[in-house]
Design a protein around this ligand. Structure first.
Ligand SMILES: [Zn+2]
Length: 407
């Protein structure tokens, strides 16, 4: 396979997680178990441009179906994160009723609702109709489509160029990253700014976050790689911020190359940090599989020991990342009989491959668990606050990454 950005032949392996169903392919009923489809999940590294990427097996339209269940507003901390971002953006770019803001992958309007409230014209691009309908109900205008150069040219017939383009956790999810950034450069106004957030590959490796790897997540991004990809379409990174979201993300700010905003020292600092970490060295990637195997083994052993001691275990948070962890560690419904999740769209369904049933948190009080395995470790504090009143005082909380932790 050749690199999706630079076409260089890919020969360096990062990690091979075997064969798995798409991590958002929740199953509606037991009859669906037999029809479940799985695809190889093998991650490769380009040792020319350092884009880390899934091996090609699945098409985007197979992964993002109408019942794609992830809704951003389910996480209250994420909605608050979005509100703070909008407040900052509007202030620093002096956005007003004459401006135009575009969000790519606007999801359920978790972010643009705050732009609408400020009276600033905006448009969301969102391919999944379940999320799009919710966004529309919040007063957010949505175009239901995937985004790329073709869609960008089509948008320009009906809308002005954008003073700000926002893409939170979407760059990693697009299969054709070159086409996506070409589209961005096309609709970005001459003086406009682009803000992209994505989980930082450096943290994925450092903190062993292998459960953030899944088919829908085509790229694993460093500033080194993203700077090159944006430069290829005439965009220049002028600032970067480190965020705590999703286990450590980067928010990259870009503009048309040579435009007025001065390039921040932050950009050089993060690029230097990546170099020192070994982002461009083969051995950084070659050692990752050992970490993944150790985490999986520790989790499975813990669950088996707890079960042998007649302890009751449940899981919380039917997140995509939970599916990668459970499936690679061979955890199934015999180890963890139930997972609780606040999202209506997931309740009553089953986790892919592990077939663990998903119930609403209100049911938790009937289970009296000894342990709650928290799958979305990045929002563990938020989950513990919600779950604590529903479980016995002696109940302990377990996370598996970066290492098994019981508190
Ligand atoms: Zn490449």
């Amino acid at each position: 396979m050749k690199c999706r950005h630079c076409n260089h032949l890919l020969s360096l392996s990062f990690v091979d997680l075997g064969v798995m169903p798409p991590s958002n392919a929740y199953l509606g009923c037991e009859a669906d178990f037999e029809k479940e489809v799985s695809f190889p999940l093998n991650i490769l590294v380009c040792d020319k441009c350092w884009l880390v990427q899934t091996e090609d097996f699945t098409r985007a339209d197979e992964l993002f179906t109408d019942d794609y269940a992830y809704l951003s507003s389910t996480s209250s901390s994420w909605v608050e994160h979005a509100k703070q971002f909008v407040d900052g953006l509007v202030e620093c770019r002096s956005l007003n009723a004459e401006s135009f803001v575009v969000e790519l992958a606007a999801n359920d309007g978790y972010l643009l609702q705050h732009v609408v409230k400020k009276g600033i014209p905006c448009l969301g691009i969102e391919p999944t109709s379940v999320a799009a309908e919710i966004a529309k109900s919040k007063g957010v205008e949505i175009q239901e489509c995937f985004f790329g150069l073709e869609q960008a040219n089509r948008l320009l017939k009906d809308y002005p160029k954008a003073d700000a383009i926002i893409g939170n956790n979407v760059l990693a999810h697009v299969p054709d990253i070159n086409d996506f950034v070409s589209g961005i450069a096309t609709i970005l106004a001459k003086t406009g700014v682009l803000s992209l957030e994505f989980p930082h590959l450096l943290n994925l490796i450092k903190f062993k976050q292998f459960d953030t790897i899944y088919h829908e997540h085509f790229s694993y991004l460093s500033l080194t790689a993203v700077s090159n990809i944006l430069a290829s379409v005439g965009l220049e990174v002028f600032n970067v911020e480190k965020l705590s979201t999703h286990g450590g993300s980067l928010r990259v700010w870009a503009q048309h190359s040579g435009h007025t905003l001065k390039v921040s020292r932050n950009v050089f600092n993060v690029l230097e940090e990546e170099q020192k970490f070994g982002m461009c060295l083969h051995e950084t990637y070659q050692n990752f599989t050992h970490s993944v195997d150790a985490i999986s083994r520790d989790l499975k052993t813990f669950l088996q020991k707890a079960k042998a001691s007649n302890k009751k275990i449940v899981a919380y948070g039917a997140a995509a990342k939970g599916n990668t962890l459970l499936n690679y560690a061979c955890v199934d419904v015999l180890d963890v009989p139930v997972v609780f999740d606040a999202a209506d769209s997931k309740q009553g369904k089953f986790m892919p491959a592990s077939h663990i049933p998903i119930l609403p948190p209100s049911e938790l009080k009937h289970y009296s668990p000894d342990y709650v395995l928290i799958l979305p470790w990045n929002i563990a504090h938020e989950i513990i606050a919600v779950v604590k009143p529903l479980v016995p005082e002696t109940c302990k909380f377990v996370t598996a990454i970066p290492e098994l932790s019981v508190i």
